[in-house]
Design a protein around this ligand. Structure first.
Ligand code: HEM
Length: 414
């Protein structure tokens, strides 16, 4: 009996090609992570190679793209769709309806995607985020003050990595702080809950956000939701549902990702004092360090999904229309033909900023300037405030079962 990565038994189903012929079983994907932050052994072997077939939890087959060039070829090619309602779209854990019932622009193609992305783009430009930096620094200071006030040791996941991006996105949106929203977005990110639970979380979150949009359509608050209501809903450019769906995307895409990166990089900082000099150094040095940390950890660790909408090929491998493709940006970021000694963290490497941690093409991360600012300001704030930061408890519990890689807790002392 096969075990999935969360340890649950799976009923084997025969693998079949598009003509219905049985085939040798490809490996089950997502691959298990051996320990800690190490890449799955299979990904280490596949990094830089041509696409290969994998089997998903529901017995469907997909291509896994593991090279830097292959990843760029797929992500920048209109022969591949991000529309999860199309037949053959690969889903990495149960709960397909959570993706398809009310799709966000992450799972839509042009032109619908472009209209909705353009609506929120102005809030995430590099210029807009630069203006936000003093507020980010103030939030980071408040959180580090609270940790210091409670005394050593502390859990830096609960005390910093989760609330720092969480408060940022809530403030930007104009949402009241809400524990229920946080637990629902976390349930959507995990591969460990069953399909009905995930679909219920999506339904509950959207019902809640529908209410928020209705409330703000009568009484807009300062923030993105209020702006969207005034400029796009009340002028008839979009529907209330499209606004609620877009808010859902900003919440789910903007919290767990930055929280995961902060948790993993705070661990780096606590384990290796050399990061302190980098992260508190001049801005270009800190920025180069952050790019290398983004490349190496690549928290969207199970990959980005697409489906071929026409017969096409990637690196000479034929991909028929209707076939799912998973782009392992983690493997691509460790492609030895692209990065010398990819398993080593080398801040300032020549092509360090060209990693694919934020994806590529029309869906490239909308929040990347915000994420970079959060990492630079957040990590420097912790490094400055806690000079003797060190790890106190091993083994650490990572979250390989989640779509976004992170740590459950990070107990540090100073
Ligand atoms: C370290 C933190 C982050 C990482 C590693 C990350 C990674 C990614 C990746 C890989 C994609 C592309 C997905 C695809 O092509 O299917 C993406 C898209 C997206 N990200 Fe991020 N992200 C981060 C932080 C953020 C933040 C802070 C926000 C703020 C709201 C955000 C908002 C979005 C949105 C809205 C999309 C969809 C873009 C589109 O479809 O046009 N992300 N992100």
């Amino acid at each position: 009996m096969r075990l999935d990565h969360a340890g649950a038994p799976r009923v084997p189903s025969p693998a079949r090609d598009c003509l219905g012929n049985t085939m040798p079983r490809p490996p089950l994907y997502p691959f298990a992570r051996p320990a800690g932050r190490e890449l799955p052994t299979e990904l280490q072997q596949l990094a830089g190679r041509a696409p290969t077939r994998v089997e998903l939890h529901d017995g469907t087959l997909a291509f896994l793209v593991t090279s830097d060039q292959g990843a760029r070829d797929v992500l920048c090619n209109r022969a591949f769709s991000a529309d999860a309602t199309r037949p053959g779209y690969p889903v990495m854990s149960p709960g397909r309806a959570a993706l398809t019932s009310r799709p966000t622009f992450l799972r839509q193609d042009a032109p619908e995607h472009d209209t909705l992305r353009r609506m929120v783009l102005p809030y995430f430009t590099a210029r807009h985020i630069r203006a936000l930096e003093p507020r980010l620094a103030a939030t980071a200071r408040k959180l580090t003050d609270a940790i210091a006030g409670a005394g050593s040791p502390a859990d830096f996941v609960a005390g910093f990595a989760v609330p720092f991006p969480g408060r940022t996105i809530e403030t930007l949106l104009g949402l009241r702080s809400d524990e229920r929203i946080r637990s629902l977005t976390a349930a959507l990110n995990t591969h460990a809950v069953d399909g009905p639970a995930k679909e219920q979380a999506a339904t509950d979150l959207l019902a809640h956000l529908d209410d928020v949009v209705t409330e703000q359509s009568h009484n807009p608050r300062p923030g993105i939701i209020g702006d969207l209501v005034r400029n796009h809903l009340l002028t008839g450019k979009v529907t209330a549902q499209q606004i609620a769906d877009t808010i859902r995307l900003l919440l789910t895409a903007g919290q767990e990702t930055s929280a995961g990166m902060l948790a993993l990089t705070l661990l780096d900082l606590a384990e290796d004092p050399r990061w302190r000099d980098q992260l508190t150094g001049p801005q270009p040095v800190a920025e180069a360090a952050i790019e290398e940390l983004l490349r190496w950890h690549c928290v969207v660790h199970t990959g980005i999904t697409r489906v071929a909408v026409e017969n096409t090929a990637v690196q000479g491998v034929a991909i028929p229309a209707g076939t799912g493709v998973i782009i392992s940006v983690l493997a691509a970021n460790h492609d030895p033909t692209r990065y010398a000694k990819p398993d080593q963290m080398q801040p300032g490497r020549d092509n360090g900023a060209s990693h694919l941690a934020f994806g590529r093409g029309i869906h490239q991360c909308l929040g990347q300037s915000l994420a970079r600012a959060q990492l630079r300001i957040g990590l420097a704030a912790v490094a400055d405030r806690f000079p003797g930061l060190h790890l106190i408890d091993k083994p650490l519990r990572f979250t390989p079962q989640n779509g976004i890689f992170s740590l459950e807790t990070l107990p540090l002392a100073w």
